[in-house]
Design a binder for this molecule. Structure first.
Ligand code: AMP
Ligand code: MG
Length: 360
């Protein structure tokens, strides 16, 4: 188990024009087998050189991540995609053309070069090219793909700032590149292209509707991608674990129809009243905050329902904040499963450990 190290180096860098010396120093640490957390446009990743089995194993140790939950390979060029994937079908290239660099991870048959520690022994590999100048500069400087999951302790909300990384992994990893808050605040969308039709393994910062538009066909959205239930490990590793969770109990209140927020708000109010004596937080929205006035609960506003991008961006931050506020029960409002709303619901349902209450 990862012993606390003396100190985690923090390299503060400009997100747009990172200091080349800081990037070089971080790349040296990686090449030496160390772990470096780095910003991407989604969340902060915890990187190791993808070809180094000992470094990759250490990712699992410090995160306390089950070894069968595989990592995403981060590349800085399409050539690197061809090195790690055995086959890159034309529809994969279409997606690459349109969305890379960006928050879309493709699952493809793996090449011989990808070590088993990265894929948890599976025959497929997950690959993406991040759209963040710091991440791209780092991968280029290392000269080969970087294996990286999110830089949080397993089960905790993903980090959207370097402070979040240090909260979870300070003293356990060699360094973090600090470029401030990430853009999306939500992980990448993962699509498995090895099956027909393609399957959404995880909704994320790129709406699945955009992927379907480019492919010109439907992508299968299984229940586990909605955050309902668990998938077979060979199909969708990682979906079986409770994820993104604060220490507090979390309940999601879901409406059948979000065009009328009345039943949603009255169900939230009832749950607050039933929770007498416990410290309650409500994850609410601009549209509903006025409906909770006078309740013995702390309101954390995620944003407006008309701007789901902002809601998604604030979600993980809020899931960490409820713990620092000492909340014992978190009541989260649900969202329509459209666009980024699908990813938001996936995260909320998993964070709740599937404690879902229907609005009535
Ligand atoms: P994280 O970056 O922490 O969100 O973790 C990466 C996630 O990518 C895992 O939890 C899996 O869901 C997914 N993933 C990585 N590699 C594969 C793979 N070979 N096949 C299917 N899913 C994968
Ligand atoms: Mg993660």
């Amino acid at each position: 188990m990862g012993a606390r190290r003396a100190e985690t180096l923090v390299f503060k860098v400009d997100p747009e024009r990172p200091d080349p010396e800081a990037v070089k120093a971080a790349a040296r640490i990686l090449r030496g087998g160390g772990l470096v957390a780095f910003p991407t446009e989604t969340v902060y990743g915890l990187g190791a050189v993808a070809s180094n089995p000992r470094a990759v194993m250490r990712i699992f140790e410090v995160k306390r991540r089950p070894p069968d939950n595989p990592l995403i390979l981060h590349v800085s060029s399409v050539e690197q995609l061809f090195e790690v994937a055995r086959e890159v079908p034309p529809h994969a290239l279409k997606l690459v053309d349109r969305f890379w660099p960006g928050p879309l991870t493709l699952v493809l048959p793996k090449s011989e070069r990808v070590i088993r520690e990265v894929t948890g022994g599976l025959g497929k590999v997950a690959v993406r090219m991040p759209a963040h100048p710091v991440a791209l500069a780092l991968i280029r400087e290392v000269g080969e793909p970087i294996a990286a999951p999110s830089a949080n302790l397993s089960g905790r909300p993903s980090p959207t700032t370097a402070q979040h990384v240090l909260e979870d992994l300070g003293g356990l990893i060699e360094a973090v590149l600090d470029a401030g808050e990430t853009l999306h605040g939500l992980e990448s969308t993962i699509v498995d292209l090895t099956s027909d039709p393609p399957v959404l393994l995880r909704p994320g910062a790129l709406p699945v509707e955009a992927v379907e538009e480019v492919l010109g066909r439907r992508v299968l959205v299984p229940d586990f991608a909605r955050g309902l239930g668990e998938a077979d490990r060979a199909l969708a590793p990682g979906t079986r674990y409770r994820h993104y969770a604060p220490s507090a109990q979390l309940v999601v209140v879901e409406a059948l129809d979000y065009s009328d927020l009345g039943p949603l708000a009255s169900t939230v109010r009832r749950l607050v009243e039933e929770a007498r004596g416990r410290r309650v937080c409500i994850l609410c929205t601009e549209e509903t905050e006025g409906l909770y006035e006078g309740l013995p609960a702390t309101l954390l506003k995620l944003g407006s329902r008309r701007e789901i991008f902002t809601v998604a961006r604030n979600l993980f931050k809020a899931l960490r904040e409820v713990d620092s506020l000492g909340c014992e029960l978190v009541i989260a409002e649900g969202f329509e499963e459209r666009g980024l709303g699908l990813a938001v619901m996936n995260r909320l349902r998993k964070a709740s450990g599937f404690q879902i209450v229907r609005a009535s």
